[in-house]
Design a protein around this ligand. Structure first.
Ligand SMILES: C[S@@+](CC[C@H](N)C(=O)[O-])C[C@H]1O[C@@H](n2cnc3c(N)ncnc32)[C@H](O)[C@@H]1O
Length: 221
């Protein structure tokens, strides 16, 4: 990377402070803290508060009644999505690991959501997604296997109603996406995803610099 001049360095440092402030802007309650703690114990990343706040905002903006999530984890992102959705909305959430979904179920209950607000489907995303209804979802949130992100995009285009939103977590890959050094396959897949979303005539994209990067796109009507 080229050398930064003093003023540029100061701007970068100030921006970083502002980004940290923005990412911590949303306060978290006991249910979210509990879900985060279970994720930490399992060595599992969960969405940052800033990313969670963005997901909640997007679900509310879409007036979402049906949301599909790939990668339940211990339920951090699920709580944020449910908080933004309509009170009668249902989150369909998929994960390979049923024991993580058990934690998420407990966390959703602790957050005050009735049992019928979430449908937990254990299994591999690419086995489960083809069974979900065409055009039946207002928002699809992808946080599963990065190697499968392009497949999730294809499935999402089928699952979303016109005007619906697809979001991909972690597209900065901790800085590796823009690093010019050799990168593993999952980073290369993320770059392909970014290109595909940016070039798609069917999508209106934006890359939000929250958490580890949240790529969002609206399916045109
Ligand atoms: C980063 S964690 C999800 C964190 C969660 N979204 C949150 O913020 O609380 C990724 C999850 O995806 C699940 N996963 C990985 N590959 C998957 C696949 N192919 N199909 C379904 N789930 C998968 C993992 O078991 C893990 O729980």
């Amino acid at each position: 990377m080229r050398q930064l001049r003093g003023q540029e360095r100061a701007i970068t440092a100030n921006r970083q402070t502002s980004w940290s402030f923005a990412d911590a802007f949303v306060a978290e309650d006991d249910a979210l803290r509990w879900a985060r703690e279970r994720a930490r114990e399992a060595g599992l990343p969960s969405v940052s508060p800033g990313t969670g706040g963005a997901l909640r905002l997007l679900a509310a903006t879409a007036d979402a009644k049906a949301v599909a999530e790939i990668g339940t984890g211990t339920g951090v992102s699920g709580i944020y999505l449910l908080l933004g959705m309509r009170p009668d909305g249902v989150l369909t959430t998929v994960d390979l690991q049923p024991e993580r979904q058990q934690h998420a179920k407990t966390a959703f209950r602790a957050a005050g959501f009735a049992g019928n607000r979430a449908r937990f489907i254990p299994g591999r995303a690419l086995d489960v997604l083809p069974r979900l209804a065409d055009g039946g979802y207002d928002l699809v949130f992808c946080d599963g296997d990065r190697l499968e992100y392009l497949d999730y995009l294809a499935e999402s285009l089928r699952l979303l109603r016109p005007g619906g939103l697809v979001c991909f977590e972690g597209v900065f890959a901790d800085g590796r996406t823009v690093d010019s050094g050799a990168q593993p396959a999952e980073v290369q897949r993320i770059r392909e995803l970014l290109r595909a979303v940016r070039e798609s005539q069917e999508l209106v994209p934006s890359l939000l610099p929250v958490g580890d990067g949240l790529l969002c796109a609206v399916r045109r009507g």
